[in-house]
Structures are given as C-alpha cells and as structure tokens.
Design a protein around this ligand. Structure first.
Ligand SMILES: CC(C)(COP(=O)(O)OP(=O)(O)OC[C@H]1O[C@@H](n2cnc3c(N)ncnc32)[C@H](O)[C@@H]1OP(=O)(O)O)[C@@H](O)C(=O)NCCC(=O)NCCS
Length: 162
C-alpha cells in the first residue's frame, strides 16, 4: 500500500484509506471516514463522521464536508467550499471556485442535498437544504426553493412540499 499522509492528520475511529491517497497537513477527519484510492485531500480540509470519499476525489484547501455525506468518484470540491450534512454528490461533479474575473468565490451545498452525476456548480453559489440537482445540471445562481432542478442552467421542475 502506498500513501502520502501528513504526520499531523487528526482522525476519529474506524478510518479506512485506500491505496495511493494523498492527505496534506492540518486535515481533520471524524469517525468512520472512508477514503478510497487515489483521493487527494488538501490542506485544512475538515470531514465529519461517517463520510465516504470515493476514488479520485479532490478536495480543495480548507473545505468542509459534513457528517453522513457521500462523495462519488472524480468529484472536485474547490477550496473553502462547504457541504452540509448528508449531502450526496454523484460522480464527476465539479464545484468551480474562480470567476471569469479570477475572483475566488467558494460555494455552499446545504444539508440533505442530492447532487446528480456530472453537475457543474458555479463560484459563489448556495444550494439550499434538501434540493435535488439532476445529473449534468449547471447551477449558475443560488438555488433556493426546495425541489428538483435540471438542465443548463438549472431550473426548478418540481417543488417538494414540506
Ligand atoms: C434526480 C433524478 C433522479 C430525478 O429523476 P426523477 O425523479 O425521475 O425526475 P422526473 O422524472 O420527475 O423529472 C421531471 C422532469 O425533469 C426531467 N429530468 C429529470 N432528470 C433530468 C436531468 N438530469 N436532466 C434533464 N432533465 C431531467 C424529466 O425528463 C422530466 O421532464 P418532463 O416533466 O418534461 O417529462 C434524475 O434527474 C437524476 O439526476 N438521475 C441521475 C442520478 C445520479 O446521477 N445518480 C448517481 C448515482 S452514483
């Protein structure tokens, strides 16, 4: 098994790490975190309890992934992005963090959101609690009303009743 893991990694019980992972300095992992092969966890990342990080995922510096979340393969979570609890992120989703003017603007995905495969999330966007984003959607502005959003740019097609 070959990994490069910082000596100052702080983690809870039950940690599982696959082969060829890279974990930089000042990372904190909760209990029962699993990180699959080839994942790259950058400096200052905070990951809650019972989080599953799949292969080839990359987290940017200082991003936060809330407890119970699942991040499928090849997702890119940019620096300073925030994911709440129980977020599901389908394979190949990318959270962009730099605008056309080269301004760094991290995004937020609130708790209990389902993000389908291969979605694109623009810089500085907030996706509010419980929203579902269909696969291949492009979130170009804040998504506020709780429902299913699909398409490019993502538009609401179904409202979820509380
Ligand atoms: C989230 C999802 C499951 C919703 O599916 P659903 O509940 O069956 O949605 P509905 O059938 O009610 O769709 C409502 C409308 O949105 C459309 N739609 C649904 N998903 C869409 C998508 N991803 N892109 C474009 N349009 C979509 C439907 O065609 C339908 O349009 P219509 O009313 O004109 O017929 C689906 O969009 C999706 O993303 N599936 C992939 C999930 C995924 O990536 N999983 C990863 C597992 S590892």
């Amino acid at each position: 098994m070959y990994n490069r893991i910082s000596d100052n990694l702080v983690h809870g019980q039950g940690l599982q790490i696959g082969d060829f992972c890279l974990i930089e300095d000042d990372v904190v992992l909760g209990d029962n975190v699993s990180i699959s092969s080839y994942a790259y966890i950058k400096k200052g990342t905070r990951i809650g309890n019972n989080v599953k990080i799949s292969s080839y995922v990359r987290t940017g510096e200082n991003c936060v992934i809330g407890s119970g979340s699942t991040i499928k393969p090849k997702c890119i979570i940019s620096p300073d992005c925030f994911l709440g609890e129980e977020v599901f992120m389908g394979p190949g989703t990318i959270m962009i963090h730099v605008t056309l003017e080269r301004v760094h603007k991290p995004s937020t995905i609130q708790s209990n959101c389902f993000i389908g495969s291969m979605c694109l999330i623009d810089p500085g966007i907030t996706i509010h609690e419980g929203i579902v984003l269909g696969s291949k959607a492009y979130a170009h502005s804040d998504l506020i009303e709780c429902g299913l959003y699909v398409g490019i740019p993502a538009k609401i097609v179904k409202v979820f009743n509380a």
